[in-house]
Design a protein around this ligand. Structure first.
Ligand code: ZN
Ligand code: ZN
Length: 349
């Protein structure tokens, strides 16, 4: 390998090689040599060895390190190498809660995965602002509020992890919370069960935001029961025998219960494929958590409107359960859609 800082320098070194080979009576095949120009400034170089042009390359592998013309590490490649290393160790038990002891997992990870990921980085100056295609989804310390989670979008096909559907949904919400149809638009190749499951997870997470707001004014003394209209008092299903919890307790118990079910290893062991019998459980979760919307709407309207303006959550939920037939129309008592009252009117007639 020759290193040169200028064309003249390189040319001189090549002449030295030519002269040395003549003395030693060996020949170097100029076709087998390559040249890599680092930080090239659109200048045509014409370096020759034995009167033959040396071919120019964008990347050259030297001592196992892939050098690029910008002299920065290939971040995408490093990440995928690390991931491949991870996967190859899964057979040996480097996975989840039923794998090897976490301490051993950590040791394996530190010994095999990290070095392979950082290999090139040690030899080169780390720099991310090189226009590489890797999208790093990180909120670093010191991130400004307006830049929070503002990384560029990734297409669904390019999300290659087990949480891709959740990532895709959250990306759509981040992009435009008012584009309810867009958020609920199922991309090709997504299993419908997983799609429904991940959306419901997301709803429950965001409903926690509403329940935090509710805590400020919904207290057990004033809202002693979970009601919406005068018609029903909802019993809290979180207890051995369902009971009349105050509205705010009902809210907490129901969200906790939903989180328990949706994270249960028994019913939802995987987030890539979901059994039909488990998908069937989603309807009842929807029905229970919907009561949080209806209580907020009929009893804490200002608060409901505030939250709805920010998130469009109830609207999205209503369209979601209607689209996938998870709740019957009579139960959707919050008039959030333009054509919803019309539907109610029809069913009463
Ligand atoms: Zn209340
Ligand atoms: Zn309860």
């Amino acid at each position: 390998m020759l290193c040169a800082t200028s064309e003249q320098d390189a040319s001189t070194q090549l002449r030295i090689i030519e002269s040395c080979t003549k003395n030693d009576r060996v020949k170097i095949n100029s076709k087998k040599n390559e040249i890599l120009l680092i930080n090239k400034k659109s200048k045509e170089l014409n370096l020759e060895l034995f009167n033959e042009k040396i071919s120019e390359k964008q990347t050259i592998k030297h001592l196992g390190i892939e050098r690029q013309d910008r002299n920065t590490p290939n971040v995408v490649n490093r990440i995928s190498t690390a991931r491949a290393t991870m996967y190859s160790l899964m057979g040996a038990g480097l996975h989840g809660i039923n794998g090897v002891n976490p301490l051993i997992s950590y040791k394996l990870w530190r010994t095999f995965v990290i070095p392979r990921m950082l290999y090139e980085g040690a030899a080169m100056k780390m720099k991310m602002a090189d226009g590489s295609t890797a999208v790093l989804r990180r909120n670093r310390p010191g991130t400004k509020a307006e830049m929070w989670s503002k990384w560029s979008d990734i297409a669904y096909e390019e999300m290659d992890n087990t949480l891709a559907v959740q990532q895709y949904i959250q990306q759509a919400i981040n992009k435009d919370v008012n584009d309810v149809e867009g958020i609920l638009n199922q991309p090709d190749g997504v299993d419908e069960g997983v799609w429904k499951y991940e959306h419901l997870r997301q709803f429950c997470m965001e409903l926690n935001g509403l329940s935090v707001k509710l805590q400020a004014e919904c207290n057990p003394e004033t809202c002693t029961q979970m009601t919406a209209t005068e018609q029903w008092i909802f019993l809290c299903a979180a207890h051995k025998t369902p009971k009349e919890c105050p509205a705010i307790d009902y809210t907490r118990h129901t969200l906790d219960g939903a989180a328990c079910l949706l994270n249960s290893n028994k019913y939802f062991p995987s987030r890539v494929s979901i059994k039909e019998s488990s998908v069937a459980k989603l309807g009842s979760v929807c029905r229970r958590v919907y009561r949080i919307f209806s209580h907020a709407y009929f009893h804490h309207r200002t608060l409901f409107d505030e939250y709805e303006n920010e998130t469009n959550l109830c609207k999205r939920f209503t369209i979601f359960v209607t689209k996938y037939n998870l709740m019957s129309k009579e139960n959707l008592i919050v008039p959030i859609l333009d054509d919803q009252e019309l539907i109610e009117g029809e069913s009463e007639a």
